[in-house]
Design a protein around this ligand. Sequence first.
Ligand code: NAD
Length: 697
Amino acid sequence: MNSPAAPVTIRRHGTVAVVEISNPPVNALSKGVRIGFLEAIRTLATDASVACLAISGGAGRFIAGADVREMNLPPEDPLLPDMVAAIDALDKPVIAVIDGAALGGGFEIALACDGRVGSSSAVVGLTETRLGIIPGAGGTQRLPRLVGMARAIPLICEGRILKAKEAMEMGLLDEIVEGDLLATAIARAPGWGKRRVSSLSVPAGDAGEEAAASAAALKGAKGVPAIGEAIRVIRATGEGDFSAGLARERAAFLALRQSPEAAALRHLFFAEREAGKVPGLEGAAPRAIAKVAVIGAGTMGAGIAVSLADAGFSVALVERDAHAAEAGLKRMRRLYERPVKSGRLSQAQADERIARVTPTADWQALADADLIIEAAFEDMAVKADIFSRLDAVARPGAVLASNTSYLDLDAIAAATARPQDMVGLHFFAPANVMRLLEVVRAEKTAPDVLATALALARKIGKQPVVAGNCDGFIGNRIYAVYRRHAEYLVEDGATPEQVDAALEAYGFAMGIFAVSDMSGLDIAFAMRKRRAPTRDPNERYVSIPDRLCEAGRLGCKAGAGWYAYDSTGEKSLDPRTEEIIAAARSEKGISPRAFPPEAIQLRLISVMANEGAKVLQEGIALRASDIDLAFVNGYGFPRLKGGPMFAADQIGLDKVLQEIEAAHADGGAGSEPSILLRELVRTKGNFTARTSSYRTS
Ligand code: NAD
């Protein structure tokens, strides 16, 4: 019988012992690895024939970090600090042989060694803050000893991943080996000598630079508690001896590990990995995409073209006439101004990317495209016309996509003779910046077309979330309910600024009314008019935003919307809005009530989760975590709260159901509690646990 390969093995090369970790795919530090590693170190410590050790993760790897799944459970012995302490206690030189990712706990192990050699594909970094924690096995104490405090602070607080060359320049790698890395390391090891980082003192630094690095890291922290803790622990490195620093670090690590913020970030970490797994796509190979065409070069088309050009695609940007095509190119150029100004991109790089895009009014440019993304007006007649005409031009097998926000994708697909090639690619504004890409599966979308969309998302650095076809798909459908209930709160007595302040206190960068002003109130106004004939008469309707629009208050672009805006774009409260709200209340005989911020937050999170539950129940979303990803990456939902479904679980679904019953009484038809929510309350389940039933690994 074959036993599974041991996660840690020892191979001897003369006096050198190679300790090899093998825990595919990334050598995460699972319990079995920790046990095997400690056994190996203990054996080698007392073996007089061994002069030195090389720690290897095998070809193409080192150790990519802790096993994140274990972090939802209490820590189990032996711990990562035990591994690091065992290296530190050895009286033989140890070299880390890095042929891939040495991240988080993996890099902490490398830092405990006497030397680090890597191949040119080595990457290193202490990435723990990305998961809301800090390094917990000496990383915050050893890194400053090698690079100084002022450089260690941004590296740890930003969770930066360094490529081999940069790591070498900073002194984090001793050598980059071209050729056989392990053989070279084995040859070098006997002469290496001991150089424990723990015995070095922290290089004297410039206090001003350290303070500036801390201030910059805190500014970029976006409320992540781990950043403040990391700075505190790093800056105390020089106080007391090494073991005092380790104890401070460990205490902070353990407290952060069980914080709700870290749990939320872990949830999103898994959510991102799950989102690409779609049942039914197992055997589907993505179609090859080299040339892309975008139809419509407005706000979205220009942003989509930038996103594609950034990833190296050549793009035909097709407009109605030459003039509109030129305007589209100008729009694209403007989008490149900001990254050039901030220094993220050189003008030459921007020019190179812009040169990949060919603006044109000639439909022949569509003929050799492997993927055609339509981003024309949000009008069924316009889209149906475009797709029916595409049949004659697009090459067989080309993937056809629409960026529609709300329209029925099956109806658009019905306009072509190839509905199997059709998929929704719902980008978010600004399309070159926002990470979310809702991939909408129409009824006849072929599996390999969906697989192509997912592969494209990865290639252009977007987070895909697969949605079924319905009005507003996952994101806009839930958002519409959220907005409606925010308006009910206002009509019932809250002010728009109270609602916005409560949302901002919860962690949103902007409140919903400020966001509406920014996007323009006319878009939702047009949608409400479109839906008026089919609206359920029992759904409560708030006419305040219609009145704002009728008064010309279309948002920021008009200088007024829910708020008033001065010439610099600064917003202020507006008595005119208050009058409009007061008139609407008195017409309905509503006497205004007071809403504390917690009540506003509970109501709005609950209604999002309830609509999310309906979306799940109908199979529009595959899993609750996909909804969370959509809201965090497309709608500014605070990452530290994990998304509306995760947040509802944390609140407690019985409390959420109670709140939904009240929301139903306030909102009428369309606000009913979902069957799934009731079911989960009855069975004492939750949305996040339900997610796990879809896990395929
Ligand atoms: P827009 O009005 O800024 O741009 C539309 C462009 O399409 C215009 O430049 C127009 O000239 C061009 N166009 C119209 N008909 C055409 C045709 N037959 N052939 C070639 N070009 C044509 O609109 P937008 O905001 O960029 O929206 C485009 C699509 O993206 C819509 O379906 C919209 O719902 C969707 N969308 C918009 C946003 C947003 O926030 N603006 C977000 C997500 C999705």
